[in-house]
Design a protein around this ligand. Structure first.
Ligand SMILES: Nc1ncnc2c1ncn2[C@@H]1O[C@H](COP(=O)(O)OP(=O)(O)OP(=O)(O)O)[C@@H](O)[C@H]1O
Length: 436
């Protein structure tokens, strides 16, 4: 069996050695990678007047270098005439020159770029670093190829789409998300799993509502729209009370409400969107139901954020072939994650409109790396990530352990899952009543 280098080995031995090697070779590598600039005219003139040889080209300055858990992070001050793009295009050459696994370039501010380098393939066996609990609605989801943690941050990116071919790792990603959300207080999980509930039913104890067929899904989404309207009323009432206080204290969304008045945040997890939007029999009723479901989802995606309702959609494809309104819905899903896909069309559905550079990347994910995915945001940036392998048992244990955090949402009580035939509301697990 091949020996795998553990993380401590990098930090203890290889990391400091690589840091010294990088500092020693810095100048020559910059020159070899054409990342130096010609000496200034002033220095050339002085050298000419003093009859001295022409000065050497100027090398960008490595102002800070530190060893991290997975590699090195360096900060570089650019020379006049250089830009981030110069370093980004040389990333592959830098990686070979410094014998690193990966080099990712990021601009910190004008004139300063950060080089994040990994010393080994961090996505081969994902080991998440310990992360401090944070405020807001954020979940540490996966490791990025540069060794940093990829967070699912609902305040930054309210709605997201998770795509991938069969057996690409979508369900494990979704499981990991539910596991992370399950630990957060005042968060209600709402699930739609039309695969007979096989993915979400084992996690049911932490769900405030769970449905497994399109008819119930429509009723549930309409109830959520009703809840959204009520939450807007709560926000309006709070605005009225505080109409004479300075502008900064008047809120336009749920996050600005005092904590005791803030209704539970709702994350709607939909496994396999195609099951909701495909019309199998071609009947008029099915078509009507499909249109109503998509319309409800579009409304939730457009207006839900301020009322604390977030969408997390999962599917193998997400294109116009799923029906009218799908592309409008996709435009609202600004968080995009795509696992391995088999064709360019699907890759374009995920990234064509926001990060064209990511299209090729998600088609190149190898079959033997399930869970690896490309994540992109509407700003156009993208990165490769991989979730740690998470078993259903581990996820169910976390959901069971945090079942007492499940908020009771009266509007959704009809769909509160019953576990082993006993409604959770009647079981020994105490339920949390929603704030105001
Ligand atoms: N991050 C990961 N690391 C290692 N193995 C993984 C990872 N994610 C998924 N797998 C493995 O890949 C296989 C497929 O995963 P998963 O069921 O999540 O795929 P899927 O895309 O949901 O497939 P389907 O659409 O057919 O349900 C499983 O055996 C799972 O254990």
């Amino acid at each position: 069996m091949r020996w795998r280098r553990p993380a401590w080995y990098w930090r203890g031995i290889s990391g400091p050695v690589a840091a010294v090697r990088l500092r020693v070779r810095w100048g020559s590598v910059m020159e070899a990678c054409e990342l130096v600039v010609a000496p200034t005219r002033f220095r050339l003139t002085v050298a000419r007047m003093a009859h001295r040889p022409a000065p050497a080209p100027r090398v960008p300055r490595l102002v800070r270098l530190r060893v991290t858990r997975t590699g090195l992070v360096g900060r570089v001050r650019l020379r006049p005439g250089q830009d981030t793009h110069d370093f980004a295009t040389a990333a592959d050459r830098l990686r070979h020159s410094f014998a690193m696994q990966q080099v990712v370039v990021r601009e910190l501010r004008a004139g300063v770029v950060e080089l994040r380098m990994t010393g080994y393939d961090v996505l081969r066996r994902v080991q998440m670093p310990r992360v401090k609990p944070t405020s807001g609605l954020r979940v540490p989801m996966a490791l990025r190829e540069d060794g940093s943690v990829h967070w699912r941050d609902y305040r930054q990116t309210p709605h997201a789409l998770n795509l991938g071919a069969t057996q690409s790792g979508k369900s494990v990603y979704q499981r990991r998300l539910v596991m992370g959300l399950a630990k957060l207080p005042n968060v209600a999980l709402v699930g739609v799993d039309c695969k007979e509930g096989v993915e979400l039913a084992p996690l049911a104890r932490r769900f405030s509502a769970l449905v497994d067929n399109p008819d119930d899904a429509l009723a549930l989404l309409e109830a959520l729209l009703g809840r959204m309207a009520e939450t807007y009323q709560v926000i309006r009432a709070e605005q009225r009370i505080t109409a004479d206080v300075p502008d900064a204290e008047i809120t336009a969304d749920i996050w600005g409400l005092p904590e005791e008045k803030r209704p539970a945040l709702v994350v709607v997890v939909i496994d396999e969107i195609a099951e909701l939007s495909l019309v199998s029999s071609g009947s008029k009723e099915e078509e009507k139901r499909r249109d109503q479901i998509i319309t409800a989802l579009v409304r939730l995606a457009q207006l839900g954020r301020a009322a604390g309702i977030y969408l997390e959609l999962c599917g193998q494809r997400f294109g116009a072939d799923l029906g009218k309104g799908i592309t409008t819905l996709r435009a609202q899903l600004s968080g995009r994650v795509s696992h391995r896909v088999n064709d360019e069309g699907t890759a374009k559905m995920a990234f064509g409109d926001i990060a064209p550079g990511a299209v090729l990347a998600c088609m190149q994910i190898p079959d033997n790396r399930p869970g690896a995915a490309v994540v992109a945001s509407s700003s156009g940036g993208w990165s490769m990530i991989r979730t740690p392998k998470t078993s259903m048992r581990a996820a169910a244990n976390v959901c069971n352990a945090h079942a007492d955090l499940t908020p009771d949402i009266p509007e959704l009580a009809r769909w509160r899952p019953s576990v082993a035939g006993i409604s959770l509301a009647e079981s020994s697990v105490p339920a949390v009543s929603e704030a105001a």
